[in-house]
Structure formats: C-alpha cells, structure tokens
Ligand binder design. Structure first.
Ligand code: PLP
Length: 415
C-alpha cells in the first residue's frame, strides 16, 4: 500500500485563512442583517488598468491568426518582457542585472515556494517571525525543518528572527538565533527577507539591507528577497531592490510579482532574478539549476499575460498602476490616522498596503479578531497566524474600497 509524502503530514492544522473564513461564516449566518467589511485577505480590488486590458485584447487577437499565433512560451519568458524588466526595473536603479538572469513565472507565491528545491536538503533556513507562511511551509514539505512544537509554534531546525515593536519590526542578524532557543550552530544557509513586509508593512533601510548582504557573503548564505510590495515604497531611504546593494550579485535572489503593483492576482505573472555569480561551495551556479528546474517543471507564463505585463511598463501603464497604488495608499493613510486617533499603536502603512496594530489591553490576536468581528463587523487578520511574534498584533489591509475602509475605521473609532 502506498504512503503519502510524510513531510507533508508534519504541517500543523488549519490554515489561517480557512479559520478566518469559518468564523466569519458562523457570525454572518447568525447575524444576516449585519454588513461585514473585510480588511483581512491581501487581495486587490481595483480592476486591471486600461493599458493592461488593451494589451490583453490585442494579444488575444494575435492568438486568433495563424501568422501571429503563439504556442509554448520560451521556458524563461519572452525576450520582450525580460528585456523590458531589465531596462525599466533594474537599469534605473543602477542594478547590474542582465535579461538572461530574469526568469518569468506565473507569480511570486510559486517561485518563493519552489526556489527551495534547488538547495540541499540539509540547508538551514532563517525566516522573520512573523512571516509569509509560504517560506516555512514549503521547507516543511521538503523535510528540512525538524520537529514542530505546538506549544511555541516553532520548528526545531528553523532560525527565527523575531520582528517586534522593540526592534521596529526589522530582523536582526541571526547570530544567536531566537532568544532562549539559541543553539551554537545557528548559521543560516538561506535567509528569507520580504520588504516592504507582509504582514507588518515594515521596511528596511539601505544600510540595514547592505548589512544583510555583507553578512550573507561573509557566511556563504543566499538571501531570498521577496519584493512583491516594492511599488508601494514612498520613502527615500528604502531600497527598491536588493541589487542596489554592493555584493548582492553573489548572494541574492530577488522575487517579484505583478499582483500587488498591477492587480494581476487573478491574471498571474511574476519573475525571479538569479544572478549568474551565485555559486555554492562546489562552484555550482544557482542560475543553471533554476533554469534546469524551470525547463523541466514549468511551461511558461501565457503569451497574452506576458504582453499584459509588458504594458504595465508603458507610460500609460505606469501612470495608471501608480494611480491604483495611490488609491490603496490613501486607504492606508486613513486607517493609520484613524487608528492612531483612537489610541491604537500602529505601524506599517507608509511603504506598504498593510497596517500592523497592537491589540488593545493585551488582548490575544484571536480574541481581538472575535471582538472586532462582533462589535464592529470588521474582519482583519490575527497576527499570531503569521508566527509567534505576531501574537498581540493584528493586520489590516488597504486593499478594500475607500468607502468600506472609511466605514470600517469609523466603526472601530466608535468602539
Ligand atoms: C501577495 C504576495 C506574493 C505574491 O504573489 P503572487 O500573486 O503569487 O505573485 C508574494 N509574496 C508575498 C509576501 C505576498 O504577500
């Protein structure tokens, strides 16, 4: 009799958003007259912009004609998109990235989850706590995280870098690992960083990111840098790409998405950058391995979607997507100001569409979730769902409509 992959069975129970959905459903069935406002899940609500729609239409028309029809896309993505990304994203930052180092994909979730496959099973990973769950769970599935402690919510072989109010939600170099857990060998091989951060909305300064790059080069680690929210950066000293840092070409992979900057959550497009200079201790290049992996397991993002992605970088596309981002950031500002005036301790929301708040009166994250659902009919995300250091925190997103955002915050202010 067959057995399933035993590593998958190690994943702990209910997924955060299923539990949220369950509680919201129970409440709304018991209280059908209440208007519930959802500021929980990180999905966009604005429709695709006109420049993208136009590109989609014309690409669909090309597919209808024998002489312009496209079959399989090139494994690594169409040349037109990869060179546009190199020119429009990296060149203006002074980042030395060649188009051949860009791998187009169907999104950042799959890339950030799949990238661990090209590393040895014994590599040690370091993650921020709280964390985007994909990084840890995919390493659990790969059997490299040790045992799970349900009491603490921690894996024995993962290095956690707590991001708390005390350190401004910015991780510190994992020299001694997590306090109280510190083993001697807490030297990571893979370091997952995500800035601007989901869930905390925190950012990292250029100097701090330079420290991470220097550290990774010193110890021979790879940084997997998730820049899905890059487009939301509004402040000067915040790096847009890890390749703005000296030495990043020998240690950093960057993952990007069209989901949050251009509303492609349902359209699906992303890319991963792997410089050819990153080599393991035996001189093997990650670039070659990822190309091999891509060629074997992935048949390319759709032509029509890659054309839509190219349109995001047109003048029109830039103007229109910037307007969408400004719309969400107006929501973020309303949430930040409203919660501050109501006495909450809040952060994020300046370079990211997420607002991270401390629960009042030391309420647990889930107690605050229930309280907000029942008393204000507002749904957010309990911080503890992103890791133990998220306990006592709560995430609200700026991705709703302005009207709903205003109504939700006005209700919270009246509590
Ligand atoms: C939303 C999100 C992604 C993205 O996703 P795709 O839609 O799969 O491109 C990646 N990383 C983080 C941290 C996110 O929040």
């Amino acid at each position: 009799m067959f057995k399933v992959n035993q590593d998958y069975l190690k994943l702990p129970g209910s997924y955060l958003f299923s539990e949220i959905a369950k509680r919201v459903k129970e409440y709304s069935e018991a209280n059908p007259e209440k208007k519930i406002i959802r500021l929980g899940i990180g999905d966009v609500t604005q429709p695709l912009c006109p420049a993208v729609i136009k590109a989609l239409h014309s690409a669909v028309d090309e597919m209808a004609e024998a002489d312009t029809f496209k079959g399989y896309a090139p494994d690594l993505g169409y040349e037109f998109l990869r060179s546009t990304i190199a020119d429009k994203v990296y060149k203006p930052l002074g980042a030395d990235i060649d188009k051949d180092e860009i791998f187009v994909s169907d999104g950042a979730k799959s890339d950030s989850g799949n990238i661990q496959e090209i590393f040895d099973r014994d590599v040690k990973i370091a993650v921020c706590d709280p964390v985007y769950p994909v990084y840890v769970d995919t390493n659990v599935m790969a059997g490299r995280t040790g045992t799970y402690d349900a009491a603490t919510g921690l894996w024995s072989d993962v290095i956690y870098m707590p991001c708390t109010a005390e350190n401004g939600y910015a991780p510190e170099l994992p020299v001694n690992g997590r306090d109280g857990l510190g083993k001697d060998n807490r030297v990571p091989d893979i370091i997952y960083l995500c800035f601007p951060n989901n869930p905390t909305g925190a950012t990292i300064t250029k100097d701090a990111l330079q420290d991470w790059v220097d550290y990774a080069n010193r110890i021979g680690a790879v940084i997997i840098y998730d820049a899905a929210y890059e487009a939301y950066i509004s402040e000067e000293d915040v790096p847009h790409s890890i390749y703005e840092m000296r030495g990043a070409r020998t240690c950093a992979i960057e993952i990007r998405s069209f989901s949050k900057n251009a509303g492609f959550t349902g359209t699906r497009l992303g890319y991963t950058v792997i410089p050819k200079d990153i080599k393991d201790s035996d001189g093997n290049t990650l670039h070659a391995l990822w190309a091999r992996r891509h060629g074997t397991k992935f048949n390319g993002a759709p032509y029509i979607v890659q054309k839509a992605g190219e349109a995001v970088f047109s003048e029109e596309g830039q103007r229109e997507t910037n307007e969408q981002i400004a719309y969400y950031m107006k929501n973020a500002a309303y949430i930040l100001d409203g919660l501050k005036s109501a006495g909450y301790t809040v952060s994020g929301g300046v370079n990211a569409p997420y607002i991270w708040l401390r629960t009042p009166d030391r309420m647990s994250s889930w107690d605050f979730f229930d309280y907000l659902l029942k008393e204000a009919n507002v749904v957010g995300t309990p911080g503890s769902g992103f890791g133990p250091s998220g306990e006592g925190h709560f995430r609200l997103t700026a991705f709703g409509s302005y009207e709903n955002t205003v109504e939700a915050i006005d209700r919270i202010k009246k509590l």
